[in-house]
Ligand binder design. Sequence first.
Ligand SMILES: [Zn+2]
Length: 186
Amino acid sequence: MDVCENRRIYFKDDQIQVITRAVETAEEVVGNDYKLSASQWSQLNYDVKTAIDLSPPEIVNDHFAQIVRYAAKKKDALLDTSIRDFYKICLQDHSIVATLDQHADMALYPFLMYIMCHELIHIVRFRRFLQKFDAPLHEKMAEEMRVHEKTHEILSRIGIDGLKPVLGFFADWRCPPDELRVGEKN
Ligand SMILES: [Zn+2]
């Protein structure tokens, strides 16, 4: 499927409601785990968008989400020097819908909870300088494993309905890769 075709696949209204709930809960759960205050959370400076609000370069194949970093405008940087840039979490409707179609045991809510917790952990770690956004590939691979491990840990602790098949689906990504994977999942 090429990217042009993917632009025609959007979440439906009832799916958007489930996703909104998953995003809010994931923010709460990750915020609590890292003990972030409301103001620390707002300084993460990110937004979450689905395909309807993405530009063509923000839509990719083989990922459930990607984080795109945008430089802060100069005037914004003067207002608050701690906010240097802005992260856009781009949910990939087509990949998520296709995977759920292929895995009848997985439901949208727990799947989105995993994806959102994962992306938010990435952003917290970028903001805390635990990981560079533009690290070399081998560092990104190691980081990917750490973030999957942390996602697994956080979600296992809170326990939500339908989580088990989702954790099973992502289990391979918590193991050291034998070789560089093509189409690493975010
Ligand atoms: Zn990732």
